[in-house]
Design a protein. Structure first.
Length: 330
């Protein structure tokens, strides 16, 4: 940039503005500097080098479960925005392990990534706040920050659980099985809260309506295995699965047991991933705007990682949508 500045007769700062913030530069100066860039064959460094806290071209993205199709449908939104800045995406999966998350965070910091998008494995995010204090941009993905210490992009999971509960109750179900994940996972806790809220809004006792079964992992195998834990007496007439992957296993298990869906038992999931509409019967689900979620998170991270003086912590919360299909209505 020094050579370009000398050739154009301007300061290095002006050249930097032409490359990064051209709207601040007068049109005449803009043309002169661009002419010098062309004449000298100058190739500007990658935009990632303008980010605070790192000199690499990669941004870390850490999800809880790389096998969950929800995350695979969020990633294209992230990648679309990052590619516009010539940034690469480094994907890590914590597998819901706090220890594994800590290991990958250490690796990413050692590689001086300028920013990290993360769906935390646990409730405590103090270690993420500390990383940001050390200069690494940090945005929570699919998870709010109630203390507003970090930027966050999420979907209102309490509202999503409420939509699911209200839908099943509207169909006349008064015994609902809830296949949930560990309470340490914020999304699971929020969807549970929403379901309970819907039951109470209907004037019913959650303890009498909801049979909650906590799964050790949110997989099809665990969704199918959880059917064996349903009570034989006062058996639920509907299942709300905390995500579509669990619902997939439940549907398969019910079919193998000769239980007709939705005639004998209604089933619904959460996320509305691509396969939900392709199942037989097609799966009722709560849709999350996955591509938008990814794009918004990437945009916030770019702003946070640049360390702009005007940057302030933001929380973007999208609203979920109920998608009714054949698994709950014949």
């Amino acid at each position: 940039m020094v050579d370009v500045a000398a050739h154009a007769g301007v300061s290095v700062g002006t050249v930097s503005n032409v490359l990064n913030r051209p709207e601040l530069v007068a049109e005449r100066t803009l043309r002169r500097v661009r002419a010098s860039i062309k004449a000298l064959g100058f190739v500007p460094s990658a935009p990632a080098r303008q980010l605070r806290g790192g000199s690499g071209r990669s941004v870390g993205v850490m999800v809880r479960d790389i096998g969950n199709p929800f995350f695979s449908e969020v990633l294209p939104g992230i990648e679309t925005r990052l590619s516009q800045e010539e940034l690469l995406l480094v994907l890590c999966s914590s597998s819901d392990s706090i220890e594994k998350e800590a290991y990958y965070l250490q690796i990413l910091e050692q590689h001086r990534v300028p920013g990290i998008l993360i769906t935390p494995a646990g409730q405590d995010i103090s270690h993420l706040v500390e990383l940001r204090r050390r200069g690494i941009g940090m945005v929570l993905l699919d998870r709010p920050d109630p203390d507003s210490q970090l930027c966050a992009v999420a979907v209102d999971n309490v509202r999503g659980g409420e939509l699911a509960g209200a839908h099943l109750l509207s169909l006349g179900h008064r015994r609902i099985g809830f296949f949930n994940g560990p309470s340490i996972v914020r999304q699971c806790a929020d969807r549970r809260e929403g379901l309970i809220k819907a039951v109470r809004a209907a004037g019913l006792d959650p303890a009498e309506v909801i049979t909650e079964i906590t799964l050790p992992a949110l997989t099809p195998r665990e969704g199918e295995a959880a059917l064996e834990r349903l009570p034989g007496k006062h058996r639920p007439t509907a299942l709300f699965c905390v995500n579509d992957t669990v619902a997939l296993g439940a549907l398969r298990g019910l079919e193998q047991r000769g239980v007709r869906v939705p005639h004998d038992m209604a089933v619904m999931g959460y996320d509305d991933v691509e396969f939900a509409a392709l199942l037989s019967p097609s799966l009722t689900s709560v849709r999350q705007p996955k591509h938008q979620l990814g794009q918004a998170a990437a945009e916030l991270l770019l702003t946070d990682a640049r360390g702009d003086a005007s940057h302030w912590h933001q929380e973007i919360v999208f609203q979920p949508e109920l998608v009714v299909r054949a698994s709950t209505t014949a």
